[in-house]
Design a protein around this ligand. Sequence first.
Ligand code: FAD
Length: 340
Amino acid sequence: RFAGKNLQNMKPWIRSSRLASTLAFIETTKEGAIVPSSLSALNAAQQLGNDITAILLGSQASAAANTLKSSIQCSKLNKVLVSGDAAYDHYLPEKVTPLIVNLLEGEDYSHFVVASSAVGKNLLPRVGALLDYQPVCDITKILDPKTFVRPIYAGNAIETVENTQAKTLLSVRASAFDAIIAGKSDKATIEDVGSEEHSGGDVKWENAKLVESERPDLSSASTIVAGGRALKDKATFDKILLPLADTLKAGIGATRAAVDSGFCDNSLQIGQTGKVVAPDLYIAVGISGAIQHLAGMKDSKKIVAINSDPDAPIFKVADYGLEGDIYEIVPELTEKLKQL
Ligand code: FAD
């Protein structure tokens, strides 16, 4: 059983939509702010060219719907669907999926768009399985409403995918699309969508243990200072990286080697099995540049690499390379930056 439905017994419905129209799933923080990756997903939804209906769920949905209307400029945004049902807080996919499937089963929507966030990655495969559609995941470019570009093999190849199914389910790599521009979307109406029966009755939100940090979140930081195995241990990682990050007001990232060695929390891992980032400036400190790490940062606008090995692969993707000892270069760089 999957989210309360037996897949074998599902009706094999394949109906094409009457009109091209996009349902865009928008996430909010628990304070009711729209999460940045959803603003990028909305920009991608706009590029599809269809009319857009946004959907917001959970206790903050109504307030966030007003914020959405008054803070973004999206001429295609016709409608904002909200359900203030607290059962949708935390976006447990078992709870959210039945509502989304119900909306998509009709003929109103040809496209469904989510950010390729933890929430989107949790939701989209369930929706795809229940509707019997193959989602197109992690797109980085829209060529036309049926054709998309996305990275595969940990970013080592880029493929162009044409979706020939009647509906198109998409997750959007947020770092590949700018956030939708600020402004107003006055013509959008706000409608209550109620709440579908929550089939995930045996699933309950318990709690979240999040690492609180004053630093910019990796997904939205415009500068990231990231450290690798060369930092030796947690105390050294902090001693070398934090002053540089503080000076630049940067977020901190790390390689899997650094995380596995206990230098920092695993929420800081960047790469294939960590976060995918594309800041304006990425400073890689003592990082070799393994393909799994590059998969998470090589789309950064400017990459600075500091490494003592001139053959380190990180230099192949770096815009600026500093060959030398991080223990000399990073403190010197930090001091010079402080004087600017
Ligand atoms: P190393 O490769 O050991 O590099 C350390 C670098 O520091 C070297 O280039 C060295 O020249 C340099 N150095 C050492 N001392 C100094 C000094 N004093 N001054 C200057 N430079 C110095 N890795 C990730 O990062 N993210 C992932 O998401 C990820 N996912 C993975 C998934 C899978 C399935 C697998 C198999 C691996 C994954 N990895 C991932 C691991 C990845 O393959 C590498 O092992 C890892 O990225 C290496 O981390 P590193 O660059 O810190 O360490």
